[in-house]
Design a protein around this ligand. Structure first.
Ligand code: ZN
Length: 272
């Protein structure tokens, strides 16, 4: 299988991160901060990922760029902020648990990157840069029938302060060689694992094995105690038989490009 190794985070950006290490780091304690105040990127050397449930993460770059992914509707069962200040919102597909701009402050002034065209029959081509963030998109499907069941989906690849993050949206199939090479090498994968309308635990494991993220794997889009999507499996099925699991116990994860473990960790986040 051909997989080009382009760049990763080994260029100047990572060196910059290493130089900046410690400058203010540790001032922000995960889980104790509240939005919409900047969460974790204040230290300058780290990025922060905060999970709001389903497929919705706030990603904060070291330079303070704030990206929100797939904001869910109010009826998804999660405690959602209002008036969240962000620079960019990405929407993998136009389903109500992924495209609610209601939690964002001044949505008309936010850059909304929709993966699908207005008629939902095609993908937009996204390739955007903002300070220390770059975002691009790859068109995929919400099912394993070429979109015939649930339509199209988008993978967003973010390069945030030198860390590459792939958000798979509601991916519904395994990735072929062309799609894998379009995603490229990544550090973090945000992967749906709950099945029903997306890949299930077994398929998600195969997708991860093919993507081979360097730092961590964050499961999403599964049934939690508060989720209203009760047709989804819990995260336990995905974790079964895996040893490199860390239960974070908070909704915010801080990351640097520095790799400290031999294998990528599975990080299970909570939404409270
Ligand atoms: Zn969904």
């Amino acid at each position: 299988m051909h997989r080009p190794e382009h760049g990763r985070a080994s260029g100047p950006s990572r060196r910059a991160l290493l130089r900046a290490g410690g400058a203010g780091a540790g001032l922000v304690v995960a889980g104790l901060v509240s939005w919409p105040r900047p969460l974790g990127a204040a230290g300058g050397s780290r990025i922060a990922l905060t999970w709001f449930g389903q497929s919705c993460f706030l990603v904060e770059s070291a330079e303070g760029v704030r990206i929100l992914t797939d904001p869910p509707g109010r009826n998804a069962g999660y405690e959602l902020p209002t008036g969240l200040r962000v620079d960019v919102v990405t929407i993998s597909h136009e389903h109500p648990d992924h495209d609610n701009l209601g939690m964002v402050a001044s949505p008309t002034r936010v850059r909304v990157l929709r993966g699908l065209t207005a008629d939902r029959k095609g993908w937009t081509k996204i390739d955007v840069r903002l300070k220390d963030v770059a975002v691009r998109s790859i068109g995929v499907y919400h099912d394993d029938a070429g979109g015939a069941k649930y339509g199209l989906d988008t993978i967003f690849v973010f390069e945030v302060s030198g860390i590459r993050i792939a958000h798979l949206g509601d991916l519904g199939h395994l990735l072929d060689d062309r799609q894998l090479s379009a995603v490229g090498s990544v550090d973090v994968v945000l992967v749906p694992v709950g099945g029903a309308t997306t890949i299930d635990a077994r398929q998600a494991t195969r997708v991860i094995d093919a993507l081979r993220p360097r730092l961590c794997i964050i499961p999403m889009h599964y049934r939690t105690p508060t989720a209203t999507a009760t047709n989804l499996a819990t995260v336990d099925e995905f974790l079964e038989g895996k040893s490199n699991v860390r239960r974070l116990g908070t909704r915010t994860l801080h990351l640097t490009a520095i790799k400290s473990r031999p294998a990528a960790e599975i990080v299970v986040m909570t939404t409270s």
